[in-house]
Design a protein around this ligand. Structure first.
Ligand code: NAP
Length: 292
């Protein structure tokens, strides 16, 4: 069994980007920039946005965070986004979700220019992903494909079973793996909570992608020998032996399933670290495509 080290792959990607950005600087060129917009003071969102800003700075990318009051009107927020759409120093824009209830998230996402949509949530990006055009794929699914590619795991003609159909993980990773392209070209099945017998599907998987949000739901008797396991889940379970009183586990029961798997991502340290790395990658791509 090979453990897929997402921390290492994410660090490699950051170093590659850092190198490319230092070359741009040496040539006296503008550098890629990411603008993050956060509304309100939700502590988890503040932490996410701060870590994204720090990640940009570490690789020499320009970064700016707009911290906006929770009472801001939708109109004001949309006009700030439009300003960034025109700003030549910021090639990627992300709006941290969730937003306060009085703001229409769909309208906000649609207002971000598809050329700067580094989260890949704009319907134009989603549509382009479905029809196989080069676009910005959402960061977590893009990170999953990158892990498969870097570990040279064969995907062509393989049966990928995705458990979960969310718009940020399940549906986009299914669409990515379906494309007639390197690192994809798979036979794809999506399973969700309406399935009567999940095992019927998961046992057929050559590559099983679990994006469920249910602690250790996938057990060893639900997979076949040699399966590749990509565990997206991040779940807290009580653990009195830990100082915090809990530990983080995935959607897959790691100890038993890893004995049958050929490759497996740990939680934490598998898919998780890839998300910010791919956000940086998408911002660099936006710069190259539309902003250099
Ligand atoms: P979500 O929006 O809650 O979607 C969960 C999906 O799992 C839904 O499609 C749901 O089906 C399905 N599901 C739930 N219970 C099921 C069951 N018993 N059998 C089969 N399917 C079931 O979650 P998400 O946003 O996709 O996130 C999934 C997990 O990944 C979470 O643990 C989240 O924290 C984690 N995550 C990690 C990262 C990262 O590593 N960077 C990023 C995003 C998410 P229905 O559609 O029928 O309800």
């Amino acid at each position: 069994m090979i453990l897929i080290d997402g921390k290492k792959v994410a660090a490699d990607i950051r170093n590659e980007l850092k190198q490319k950005i230092s070359e741009l600087k040496a040539e006296g060129k503008n550098v890629p920039g990411l603008a993050a917009i956060i509304v309100g003071d939700d502590p988890a969102s503040q932490i996410y946005v701060a870590s994204k800003g720090k990640a940009c700075e570490e690789i020499g990318m320009r970064s700016k965070t707009e911290k906006l009051n929770a009472n801001i009107s939708e109109q004001e927020l949309l006009s700030i986004i439009k300003t960034y759409n025109e700003n030549k120093d910021y090639h990627g824009i992300l709006v941290q979700l969730p937003l306060p209830k009085h703001i229409d998230e769909d309208r906000v996402i649609e207002t971000i220019s598809y050329k700067k949509d580094v989260d890949g949530f704009n319907p134009v990006s989603v549509g382009n992903l479905v029809i196989g055009k080069d676009t910005f794929a959402p960061c977590t699914p893009a990170g999953i494909q990158e892990l498969l590619k870097r570990y040279k795991i064969e995907t062509k003609g393989k049966h990928v079973v995705v458990v979960g159909r969310s718009n940020i993980v399940g549906k986009p990773i299914a669409n990515i793996m379906l494309q007639k392209a390197d690192g994809a070209n798979s036979i794809v099945t999506i399973v969700h909570s309406a399935a009567e017998n999940i095992s019927y599907y998961t046992k057929q998987a050559d590559i099983l992608i679990a994006a469920i949000g249910k602690a250790e739901m996938i057990k060893a008797d639900m997979v076949k020998d040699g399966v590749v396991i990509i565990d997206v889940g991040i779940n807290r379970i009580e653990d009195a032996t830990k100082q915090k009183g809990y530990r983080i586990v995935g959607d897959v029961e790691f100890d038993s399933v890893s004995k049958k798997a050929s490759y497996i991502t740990p939680v934490p340290g598998g898919v998780g670290p890839m998300t910010i790395a791919m956000l940086l990658n998408n911002t660099f791509k936006a710069y190259k495509l539309y902003g250099e």
